[in-house]
Design a protein around this ligand. Structure first.
Ligand SMILES: [Zn+2]
Length: 179
């Protein structure tokens, strides 16, 4: 499946960037350190050669033109809408994909239920699922049901490709897709 990509340049590699840190008085230094670390894990996950190759493969398979994605912005701080609901990511009409972190409080609860290593797994899995989801929105703009179905499908293919799954990993993935 992935072997056919050979050495061609990755379409989205180099387009991923971490957003500049805004002056934000809402967060303590400890929170800022957490979110900086979170953003760096997300960035590395999205720029990893294996995942970049996989995104290329999706783009060719779904016929998603490279020009539809201008940049991928990894935000430092979580999105908080008017209704208090979080947001994992978005794709806008300028072709910008924006990826938001999960809140620190949520990750703290996760540490209690799982081992710390699984929190990293959660952050990486969520970054990949969000990236795939928003990339599909570049093509299937308002068809949320289709985007969700395809996200799950492609995420599962990639997870199988990466190998090494266990019961906790499956629970974490279920959590991500139930949100
Ligand atoms: Zn969506």
């Amino acid at each position: 499946m992935l072997s056919e990509t050979r050495t061609r340049s990755r379409r989205l590699s180099g387009k991923v960037q971490i957003a500049a840190c805004p002056q934000n008085r809402e967060f303590s230094d400890r929170q800022k350190r957490f979110y900086a670390k979170y953003a760096s894990v997300t960035f590395k996950t999205l720029e990893s050669p294996l995942f970049q190759r996989f995104l290329d493969w999706i783009m060719r398979r779904e016929n998603i033109e490279e020009r539809l994605v201008a940049s991928v912005q990894v935000e430092l701080f979580p999105f908080r809408g008017e209704n208090g609901k979080g947001l994992a990511g978005k794709y806008n009409s300028r072709g910008e994909i924006v990826i938001y972190p999960k809140r620190l409080e949520f990750c703290r609860r996760l540490v209690k239920d799982f081992e710390k290593e699984m929190v990293y797994f959660y952050i990486k899995a969520r970054a990949k699922a969000t990236m795939i989801h928003e990339l599909l929105h570049a093509k299937y703009s308002n068809d949320e049901a289709k985007v969700r179905r395809l996200t799950r499908k492609y995420f599962t293919i990639f997870a199988r490709h990466e190998g090494a799954r266990n019961v906790n990993a499956d629970r974490i993935v279920d959590m991500i897709f139930m949100q």
